[in-house]
Design a protein. Sequence first.
Length: 202
Amino acid sequence: MLTLRDEPSDALVAVAPSAGRVFRVHVCTDDLRGAIVADLIRRIADLVHDWQVITTATAVPAGAAALNIYPAEPAQAIGSAHVRIGCTGGDGCHLLTGAFSTGSDVAPHDPLSLRLAVLGNRYRASLDLDEASIEAADAALQRWRAAVASWARSPGAPMAKEPVRAIVAALEDDLDSPLALQVLRDLEIDESVAPGAKFETF
């Protein structure tokens, strides 16, 4: 069950389509963090629950496509939504992302390093990413890419069930992406899990 913290009530609420499979997310912010959070919700709704997700946004931030964010449909307002991010008014669960900025000294990196750095923090906390944070995320991203390429040459194996369960549980608990990433870091060095299973899980 996907639960998110509704900002007006400060309560965890379960979100799901009331009928059928259509699940609507509306984004009112124009920064990358709001778009990343919306994309994370879309992936959980789609991959875990098999809901048909429709994401709309008042503005699409520059660079969203490079961060592997599924395109949102432009819409200044919609009649009904299950989740609203950075919006005032309307139905559904209202999420508020913390203040987000990157330091002026941050050099260009793989755009997905920025996404990984953002997901390494709870979405409600203020976040000011400096060069060291981006470099650490970039190093982890490159290490994982090399590891996945190596695991791909190993005999096939089913996904590691317990890590997958833990990742899903973390993400469904108000999008605890830092905990989900920690599960992946632990899996990376767990010698009891076959490389083929790591490949399928990552």
